[in-house]
Design a protein around this ligand. Structure first.
Ligand SMILES: [Zn+2]
Length: 158
């Protein structure tokens, strides 16, 4: 929840600070808080910039369809994260490692786009948006591995 939403519920800044110090609310990133019970995967995604996107969001939607609780759904690394265009961006992995203990190797794949980031709920983009992102993401990966293969053959020839 954003600080603005908490204020709209009538929480004063001092009450937010008290809730944080008692651990019922936890800071996610500037202006955003979550309940202490939120599963780690969503907390991590938000620290990177927003809700789950792409194949990470598909894992969540498929898990929910099988009847899994969000906390029990397995997620592959790296997480794919939806970041609104007007966001300040994803903090450096080194900062997240220092502040929250998130390993630097967990650097996410970011999907920029405000409409996509708002398409689902606060945990993940909608299933349809996730499918579209995954198609584009796979295409990008293939382009990249094709380029790397071409570079590799040039190196071998040289
Ligand atoms: Zn992706």
């Amino acid at each position: 929840m954003s600080t603005r939403e908490l204020a709209a519920f009538g929480m004063l800044p001092t009450e937010i600070a008290v809730a944080r110090s008692y651990g019922t609310l936890q800071a996610l990133r500037q202006g955003w808080h979550c309940e202490f019970v939120l599963p780690d995967v969503f907390r991590t995604a938000w620290r990177f910039g927003g809700p789950l996107a792409c194949i990470s969001a598909l894992s969540m939607h498929e898990g929910r369809a099988r009847g899994c609780a969000d906390a029990d759904i397995p997620f592959d690394e790296p997480l794919h994260v939806a970041v609104p265009r007007n966001s300040v961006g994803s903090p450096p992995a080194e900062l997240l490692a220092e502040r929250w203990g998130i390993p630097v190797s967990h650097r996410p794949v970011l999907h920029w786009g405000t409409a996509d980031a708002l398409s689902g709920d606060r945990r993940a983009v909608s299933a349809e948006t996730a499918r579209q992102q995954a198609l584009r993401c796979r295409a990008r990966d293939e382009t990249q591995s094709g380029r790397e293969a071409a570079r590799g053959s040039q190196t071998r020839e040289g």
